[in-house]
Design a protein around this ligand. Sequence first.
Ligand code: ADP
Ligand code: MG
Length: 258
Amino acid sequence: MTNNLIEVKNLKKYYQVQKGFIETLLARKIDFIKAVDKVSFNIRKGEVFGLAGESGSGKTTTGRLILGLTEPTEGKIFFDGREVLITSPRVSKQLGIEMVYQNFALCPNLDVPSNLFLGREITTRSFFSFLRKRKMEKEAVEVLHRLKIDIKNPRIYIDRLSGGQQQAVAIGKAVSFYPKLVIMDEPTANLALVEIDKVLELTLRLKQHDISIIFISHRLDDVFTVSDRIFVLKHGRKVDVKEKAKTNKDEVIRLMFM
Ligand code: ADP
Ligand code: MG
């Protein structure tokens, strides 16, 4: 029995550089941007795996490949011990993979329960839709409670919440699908400083629920707060992977830029 939730082997995403017709004829070859270049890693169950690297190093593309938002050029993914072909976000959702984005990706003019259950409204046989609404609200409150997310009134519209609260709802939404892996792409990038800590605390709480996390951030402080291991990317390639306890920010910065 392996303790790995996900194993990524030789993952590649090359984009063809767009050129004019004449230019292509003259160059006689096609150039590629190697967004992700032969990247391999394993993530253990319940582990927070930090992805560090400067802008353009391939962090987001790595996340998108695992979520099925981008089709890989090459590479294999093993999930829960078997090889999987993640051809769309629907496939990754079925496997138990969720993504959290920097812009929260919620509907601003809907309340918390409606956002949590968007696209999968609880259906009952009852003619009374208010019963359904009440059930959604009850479950939403349970999700918030389970994750200790402090939102007094879940009927509030999302756009009335602070950025940190909105991100908490987005994370709550991901967790309400009972995922095994949550990919967070710059989840603190759009937050006020005072709110960042709360989102990081919440991230660590997911770990207690045995959820593995890929934590993508250019904010090294955040990566160091939450990660068990830190994977450093540069120009789409793996530079190194370090146990947090055995490295420090200076070393990771050196790895990012050397
Ligand atoms: P990061 O998240 O680390 O900032 P990205 O994964 O977004 O990096 O991008 C890695 C590289 O791939 C960059 O050079 C970027 O310009 C390129 N890239 C990303 N998406 C596309 C795309 N759809 N088409 C062409 N190039 C892309
Ligand atoms: Mg990015």
